[in-house]
Design a protein around this ligand. Structure first.
Ligand code: HEC
Length: 412
C-alpha cells in the first residue's frame, strides 16, 4: 500500500510541478514573442536601436522599451528569465524516469517492436535526447544556419527522423513521448547553452564598457524563434500518450510531421498578427487539413488491431452475422488479461491501484467500460500495455464481436 501511494503521489506531484513550470515557461515565451512583435519605433530612439510598446494589465499601464543589442548603461536591477525553462526540463526528465524508465515494461518496451532490458531502454532514450541536441546545434552553427528556411527544413527532417527512430525501438507511446522530449530538450538547451550565455557575454561587455557584438543577440533570437515554433507540437506529443489512436499506428512519425506543420503554422498566424501585419487566415486552413490528415492516419490503427477487426461480425440490418461471445465469456477474458491491474487488489509490480481508477473486475464494470475496452484492446492494442499479460488475437476478436453485437442490439 505504501509503495502504491508513493508511485501515485510521486507521479502526481512531479507532473504537477512539470505542468506549473511548463506554464510559466511557455507563458513567458509567448509573452515575449508577442511583445517583440508589438514593439514599435519611438522618436527618442534612433532607427534600428529599439522601440517600445504600451500595455494595460491588472489595473495599470506598462511602458516597455526594447533596446536592440544593449542599452548604454546596465540597470542595477535586471530580471533574467531562465529558471522556468530549466525547471521545466528537470521536472520533465524526472517524470520521464518515474513513468517511462521505472515502469519501462508497461510504457516503454514493446517486445513486439524490440525486446530489451529496462536499462538499455532508458540508455537509448537518454542517448537519443542528447544526440538530438548535438545534431541540432551543429545544424544551426553550420552553413545552413544563415538561411532560416533551409535551417527550419533541416530541423523538421531531424525531428521526423528521430520520431521514426524512436518508433523502431520503443512502444508507440514511448516513441511519441521521446519525440516530444527530444524537441523539449533542444528548447531547454537553447536557453541553457545559447540564449542565456550570449546574454551574459553582452552584460559582461556592458560592464567592461565594450560595445557588445550584435551577432550574439541575433543568434539568441533565432534559437528563441525555434523554441516558439516547437512549443505547440511538443505539447501535443506530451498529451498523445493518453490517446492510443495517436501512438498505435505504424505511421506515428507521419502524425508527428503533420503536427509539427500545424503547430508551427498556428504560431506563424499569431506572430504575424501581433506584429500588426494582418491575419494570415490560410495558416488555420492548412493546420486544420494537417490535423484532419493526422486523425485519418491514426485510424489506420495497428496491424494487430486491424486483424482483430477483420473478423468482427458485420452488423447486417442490426443483426450480428456471427453470434458474439456471451458477456460472461468477455468478463472472463478481461479478468484474465486486465484485472491484475484494473481491480481493487492489483497484482502487477508498481501498479498498486487500478490505473485511472478504472476497475474491470465484474461483468457490470466490463459492460460499463465497453467503449474504452474496445478502443484500448481492439481498435488499438494500447492495453494490456505492451501486451504484458499476453492477450491473444482470438481474444481481441471475441471482444470485437461482443462489442459490435452489443451495438447491434442497441440499434434495434
Ligand atoms: C499491467 C497492467 C495493466 C493491464 C494488464 C491492463 N492495463 Fe489498462 N491501464 C494500465 C495503466 C498503467 C493505465 C494508465 C495509462 C495512462 O495513464 O495513460 C491503464 C489505463 C487503461 C484505461 C484508461 C485509459 C484512459 O485514458 O483513461 C483503460 C480503458 C484500460 N486501461 C483498459 C484495459 C483493458 C481493457 C485491459 C485488458 C485487455 C487492460 N487495460 C489491461 C495498466 C494495465
Amino acid at each position: 500500500m505504501i509503495e502504491a501511494a508513493i508511485v501515485e503521489w510521486g507521479g502526481l506531484l512531479i507532473r504537477w510541478a512539470h505542468i506549473i513550470t511548463g506554464i510559466a515557461w511557455i507563458g513567458a515565451s509567448f509573452y515575449f514573442m508577442h511583445l517583440d512583435a508589438a514593439i514599435r519605433a519611438t522618436p527618442d530612439m534612433p532607427a534600428g536601436q529599439g522601440g517600445e510598446a504600451w500595455e494595460v494589465h491588472g489595473g495599470g499601464f506598462y511602458q516597455v522599451r526594447k533596446f536592440l543589442v544593449a542599452p548604454e548603461f546596465l540597470p542595477d536591477h535586471l530580471i533574467w528569465h531562465k529558471w522556468q525553462a530549466y525547471t521545466t526540463w528537470i521536472t520533465g526528465f524526472f517524470l520521464l524516469v518515474w513513468i517511462y524508465y521505472l515502469s519501462a515494461d508497461l510504457y516503454l518496451i514493446d517486445p513486439a517492436v524490440m525486446a530489451m532490458s529496462p536499462w538499455v531502454a532508458a540508455g537509448l532514450g537518454m542517448a537519443g535526447l542528447a544526440a538530438g541536441w548535438l545534431i541540432y546545434d551543429q545544424l544551426c552553427k553550420s552553413g545552413l544556419g544563415a538561411n532560416d528556411t533551409h535551417l527550419s527544413i533541416a530541423c523538421f527532417v531531424l525531428v521526423v527522423v528521430a520520431a521514426y527512430g524512436f518508433q523502431s525501438v520503443f512502444s508507440g507511446r514511448g516513441a511519441l513521448i521521446h519525440t516530444g522530449a527530444f524537441m523539449a530538450t533542444i528548447m531547454s538547451a537553447n536557453v541553457f547553452f545559447v540564449i542565456i550565455p550570449n546574454q551574459k557575454v553582452v552584460v559582461a561587455d556592458l560592464i567592461a564598457g565594450r560595445a557588445p557584438d550584435p551577432a550574439l543577440g541575433e543568434q539568441a533570437k533565432q534559437r528563441s524563434a525555434h523554441n516558439n515554433y516547437l512549443t505547440l507540437p511538443v505539447l501535443f506529443l506530451m498529451l498523445s500518450g493518453h490517446y492510443p489512436l495517436t501512438f498505435s499506428t505504424p505511421y506515428a512519425f507521419v502524425i508527428v510531421a503533420l503536427v509539427l506543420i500545424a503547430g508551427a503554422l498556428i504560431r506563424v498566424y499569431f506572430n504575424h498578427r501581433n506584429a500588426g501585419k494582418g491575419e494570415l487566415w490560410w495558416t488555420w486552413a492548412v493546420a486544420a487539413v494537417c490535423l484532419a490528415a493526422a486523425a485519418a492516419i491514426s485510424l489506420s490503427s495497428t496491424p494487430l488491431g486491424r486483424q482483430a477487426l477483420a473478423i468482427a461480425p458485420k452488423i447486417d440490418g442490426g443483426v450480428p452475422v456471427q453470434t458474439a461471445a456471451a458477456p460472461d465469456e468477455i468478463a472472463d477474458i478481461v479478468a484474465g488479461r486486465c484485472s491484475m491491474c484494473h481491480a481493487r487488489l492489483t497484482s502487477y509490480p508498481r501498479v498498486g491501484m487500478a490505473p485511472n481508477g478504472i476497475l474491470l473486475d465484474t461483468p457490470e464494470a466490463v459492460a460499463r467500460h465497453a467503449e474504452s475496452i474496445y478502443l484500448h484492446s481492439v481498435l488499438t492494442t494500447a492495453m494490456p500495455p505492451n501486451n504484458v499479460s499476453g492477450m491473444t488475437l482470438a481474444e481481441r476478436r471475441q471482444i470485437a464481436a461482443w462489442f459490435e453485437g452489443r451495438n447491434g442490439e442497441r440499434a434495434e
